[in-house]
Design a protein around this ligand. Structure first.
Ligand code: ATP
Length: 218
């Protein structure tokens, strides 16, 4: 049997229940064996000064995932040239995993709608099956239909297909949570509670290291 490995890239600044819900849903709906969370060391679209240190983001992921044997955190992007492009990360992982591995790439719809700005995106769509969570569905669905047309996919229910070697794109049916990392950072700055947005162990880590209160801890 071929291994089915989910790859979940993001800044995870910090990891929250929305990320965890997406991973749990993808694991079940797409019958994945494992999911590897891959925090971005230096993503092309962000400035280093906007990000919390890689160390803190990785530590928070490790804490959030520690009781889930199917989930792991990989620091692979810290060892790749910067800025780090997803296609390069995927090529690197393809060399590390056995040849009989199928890769799945998890994203929210907001990120997937930007796919045409990603380096070698058609190659990426041929190397990994994208699994998309319909975050902000109401606002974003007109853009979703437009993207299917621009990329030349035929759409049938929750699956997009192409006949040119690119893999299908799966849309998850379970509704995502509305939480985002930027809302969490803003709430912390305002001194508001974040208990319903992150696991308790993450809330304590943020408090202990005084993250997101300003420049301290970055
Ligand atoms: P920020 O608010 O700082 O932009 P974020 O909450 O979107 O952060 P990221 O780490 O940038 O978190 O997201 C990584 C991936 O997870 C992206 O593909 C994003 O669309 C997806 N994602 C983030 N939050 C959710 C959510 N609540 N539901 C579904 N997908 C999500």
């Amino acid at each position: 049997m071929r291994a089915r490995i989910g790859l979940f890239g993001g800044t995870f600044d910090p990891v929250h229940y929305g990320h965890l819900r997406l991973a749990e849903t993808a694991l079940i709906e797409c019958s994945l064996d494992r999911i590897v969370f891959i925090p971005a060391a230096m993503p092309p679209h962000k400035l280093a000064s906007e990000l919390t240190s890689f160390h803190h983001r990785v530590e928070m992921l490790r804490l959030a995932l520690r009781h889930r044997p199917e989930f792991e955190c990989s620091s692979v992007e810290a060892h790749l040239p910067t800025p780090t492009y997803t296609i390069e990360t995927l090529r690197h992982l393809c060399r590390q995993y056995a040849a009989d591995t199928d890769f799945f790439f998890l994203t929210g719809l907001d990120a997937f709608l930007e796919i045409q700005t990603w380096k070698e995106y058609n190659q990426l769509l041929a190397m990994a099956t994208f699994i998309v969570s319909e975050r902000q569905r109401e606002q974003l669905s007109p853009f979703k239909a437009q993207l299917a047309g621009e990329l030349g996919y035929s759409t049938a229910g929750t699956i997009w297909k192409s006949n040119d070697g690119r893999l299908p794109v799966h849309f998850l049916t379970q509704a995502p949570l509305t939480v985002s990392s930027s809302t969490i950072r803003e709430k912390i700055r305002q001194g508001e509670p974040i208990d319903d947005m992150v696991p308790e162990v993450i809330r304590r880590y943020i408090l202990e290291h005084q993250l997101y209160r300003g420049e301290a801890g970055r």
